[in-house]
Structure formats: C-alpha cells, structure tokens
Design a binder for this molecule. Structure first.
Ligand code: TYD
Ligand code: MG
Length: 459
C-alpha cells in the first residue's frame, strides 16, 4: 500500500490542494485551507485475491420501478423540479440569506402535511419558536408538520429511525449540522460533506425526499462544499433581489428532469405567492418611451418572459477610468458586446461609463438577449428612444452578425399577446418570416451595423 498523501481542502470552495497555501488558488479566499484526513491510496493493480468481490451487471432495459413523483401542491415549485418530488431523492437548495428559502420550504412542508403526507422540518438556524411564529404569519400554524430545532445528525437520524419515515425531510441548513463521527466545527467541508452523506443515505434507504438548504457565498456558489453538488440529485437556486418582490426558483442540476423550467414567486406579507403567468412581471410601468430601454422576450424553459433592459451611458470628462456595471446579466458578455459595437459599428464607448440593469431583479441567462442589450446601449448612446411597441431578440457574434435563436415564434406570439406591435430579430432563421398575429410586424436583420443604422436614423 502506498503512503497516504496529505491533502488540503479549501473550506470556502471545497477545492483540493496538495500543499498548504495562505490563499486558495481557486476561489482566492485567505487562510481557508485545512488539512484533510489522510486518504488511503491503493496500489493500482487489482485481482480477485485482494479481497474484492465480483459485481453484477444488469441490462439497461430491465423493467424497474419508476418512482412516482409526489406533487407538493405548490405548482411553481413542482414545475422547477420537473414535476414534483421524487421519493428517495436529495435536493440541495441554495440562495442568498433572506431570499425566502426557509419560507418556501415551510410552505412546501405544510402543503405536504395537509395533503396527508408526513413532513419533518429540522431547523438548525432558528429556534422552534421562531419557526412557529413564521408559520403563524403564513397562516400555516395548523399544518401537522413535525418541527424540531436540532443540529446533531446522529440525534436526527436516531429519532427518524424510531418512527415511520416521512415523505419529506427538510434540513435547514446543512451548514449548521454536525456529526460526532467527524472532526471539525459545523460548516467545515468535512462536516458538511459527512452530514450530507449520512442524510442522503437515509433518504435513499427509506424513500424520503430530502431537501438540504445550503448557504451561498459572495460569488453565488453554494458555500463551502461544491462537493455537495455532486452528491445530490437536484441542485436548485432561489434567486432574486431582496429589495424586489419577485423570486425565481431555478434548477441547476436535475437527475430526474429538465433544468430549464423556473418557478416564479412573489414575496408577500403572508409568504410566497405563486405567479402562474410571469410574462409581464419584469416590465416596468412603461408610458413615455425612454432612451436606453429595450424589451426582450426571454425564454425560461418553455415559457416566454418579457423583461426590460435598461442602459445608461454617462460621458466622462477626460482622465478618469470609466466604470462598467451590470446588474442581472453577464459582465463578460457586456464587455464583449461593447467591443463588438466599437470594432464593427464604429461606436465609441471608451470614454463613457456604461451601466446596464435588468428590471425587476431578474437575471438573464438566455443568449438571445444580446440584440436587446445592444439596442438598449445604442439607444442610450444616441439618446434615441426605441419606441414602446417593439421587442428585440437575437444572438450577436464577434464578427457582428446577428444569429438566429431558438423559439423565435413563441417569443413573437407572446409579445403580440401582451400588446407589442413589432419585433426586431435575426433574419433568415427559423421563425424569421413568421406570420404572427394580425398587425404584428417582424424585421429581420443580419448584421449589427444594420441595427445601429436603424436606431440612430430612426427618430
Ligand atoms: P427567509 O425564508 O427567512 O429567508 P432565508 O431562509 O432564505 O434566509 O425569508 C426572510 C425574508 O422574507 C424576511 O426578510 C422577510 C421576508 N418575508 C416576507 O416578506 N413575508 C413573509 O410572509 C415572510 C415569512 C418573510
Ligand atoms: Mg432560513
């Protein structure tokens, strides 16, 4: 047997290093590397005499039991999960503090409990009294949830072992759990990983759906253990701006369904309300056309969502370095688009501060947003309002071409339905020449300079 290797694990991001360093090479956190328990390294040669037992192979088409999903009773939650809770699965839910994870999971637990399933809610962050107060505020204090404030995984699993296993087990949060089998304080990578491992094993053995709440670091990853993402079946993130009302539940990984559907909620005085038809949410009250604002018909899974993109350009007196700030879109993508506008269209942003904002706290991930962002930037630069009745979509390449995108016709149909009169998008792509609702016009463009001409010459 080879000598055990030392290894060091970053407590912030979970990356592994072979020697100790003051700063993690991956996430840049200081003093976060901690030596892990030594790993045993086996020699690479194996034969049956070394004690391994032969494993069984089975064909893929073996008739097996398809686990039946359980609807949680909160349709937007089920939609984001791909159709309800899968028994025996483990779900990791991340999100900024205060975004509403505990509120949502308490509502889900209550729904399940009220529809005859048993749900256990273990809070490691709040005292039982606090959770009870919240339930009262949500109007759920009558729901037969089994509530506990506990942090010891051994106690939790021992208790669950003595009773009939529940349909849903919520652990809020995994960072507060600790196991006495493992060294280290709660929240360290080895603790989080070990606790999650024990809880997931319990879920798989008993067919309980397990939801682990995970904290999120500054850069948006689920704190500490990125390793957790590999261990669970579903990774969800609960997003939104705390100061805005709307929240989006997205699945980032799903072993049992698609990852492109979202659930939309509004945070109200009495908890999270479902928003069944979100297409209008992210449009600000639009009356007068304003320079720098463009509407983008985004696709979230199979649903179109119209969002308003706002750009502001401030000319600087010479000298100072201009700022670029983006809220709700990818920073690098905006830098790329600005570069393309400069290099291919001759526009000059170099001495200007550029601010981009996606209204309503929405976060755009659809690549078709390029054209709408470009339209907002050009409109802001030239101080030319785009007109209230148009939507913009299309992908922009480094060469300045406007590339076709998926779902062109759904985007247009939804825009027409919401009262828009025209769309500007990629020419020639599928759906480019669509016959949409009466009166709805589509303009196809091939190159970004066409867009610039159109906006800057169009009064
Ligand atoms: P919470 O679920 O505790 O967030 P998390 O578990 O993700 O940290 O949500 C806390 C916020 O939600 C709190 O700042 C107030 C707000 N809230 C409401 O607006 N309405 C409500 O009915 C509840 C329960 C919370
Ligand atoms: Mg919480």
């Amino acid at each position: 047997m080879a000598k055990p290797k030392r290894r060091y694990i970053c407590q912030a991001c979970g990356s592994v290093a072979s020697r100790w360093q003051g700063q993690c090479a991956d996430c840049g956190e200081w003093n976060s590397l901690v030596e892990d328990a030594p790993q045993t390294v086996f020699s690479s040669k194996h034969d049956l005499s070394s004690g391994g037992r032969p494993i069984q192979f089975t064909p893929l088409d073996q008739p097996g039991e398809v686990p039946k999903r359980r609807a949680s009773g909160i349709a937007e939650f089920d939609r984001a999960l791909g159709g309800g809770l899968v028994p025996g699965s483990a779900i990791l839910m991340g999100g900024d503090p205060g975004i509403g994870k505990s509120t949502l999971l308490l509502q889900v637990s209550a729904h399940i409990a009220q529809s005859g399933g048993r749900s256990v809610y273990v809070s490691g962050e709040e005292a039982a009294g606090q959770v009870r107060l919240r339930a009262e505020r949500l109007g759920l204090s009558k729901a037969p949830i089994q509530l506990a404030a506990a942090t010891s995984v051994r106690d939790i699993l021992t208790t669950l072992g003595t009773m009939e296993s529940p349909a849903l087990l919520v652990i809020d949060s995994i960072q507060t759990m600790h196991s006495d089998q493992i060294e280290g304080a709660p929240g360290t990578v080895s603790q989080v990983r070990g606790c999650a491992f024990e809880l997931i094993r319990y879920a798989k053995e008993t067919g309980v759906t397990l939801v682990l709440v995970g904290h999120v670091t500054k850069d948006g990853t689920i704190a500490g253990p990125r390793v957790l993402e590999h261990m669970v079946d579903v990774v969800m993130s609960f997003e939104g701006e705390r100061s805005h009302q709307y929240r989006i539940l997205r699945s980032l990984k799903n072993r049992f369904g698609p990852v492109d559907e979202i659930g939309v909620f509004a945070m109200e005085g009495d908890g999270l309300a479902e928003v069944g038809n979100p297409s209008m949410l992210f449009l600000s009250g639009r009356e007068e056309p304003m320079a720098g604002s463009a509407v983008f018909p985004a696709m979230e899974g199979t649903r179109p969502v119209l969002v308003e993109i706002q750009a502001l350009i401030v000319r600087l007196q010479s000298g100072a370095t201009p700022r670029r700030a983006v809220v709700g879109w990818d920073n690098g993508r905006m830098a790329m688009l600005l570069a393309v506008l400069e290099a291919r269209c001759g526009l000059n942003f170099s001495s200007a501060e550029v601010y981009l904002n996606v209204a309503g706290g929405y976060r755009l991930s659809d690549p078709a947003a390029d054209l709408a962002v470009a339209a907002a930037l050009i409109s802001a630069l030239g101080d030319k309002p785009l007109g209230n009745d148009a939507v913009w979509f299309g992908e922009v390449s480094l060469a300045g071409e406007i590339r076709p995108v998926a779902h062109a016709s759904i985007r247009q149909r939804e825009s027409a339905k919401l009262g828009f009169g025209r769309a500007v998008g990629p020419a020639g792509g599928p759906g480019g020449e669509t016959k949409t609702e009466k009166g709805f016009r589509f303009t196809g463009l091939t190159m970004l300079p066409n867009l610039v001409d159109r906006i800057l010459s169009d009064a």
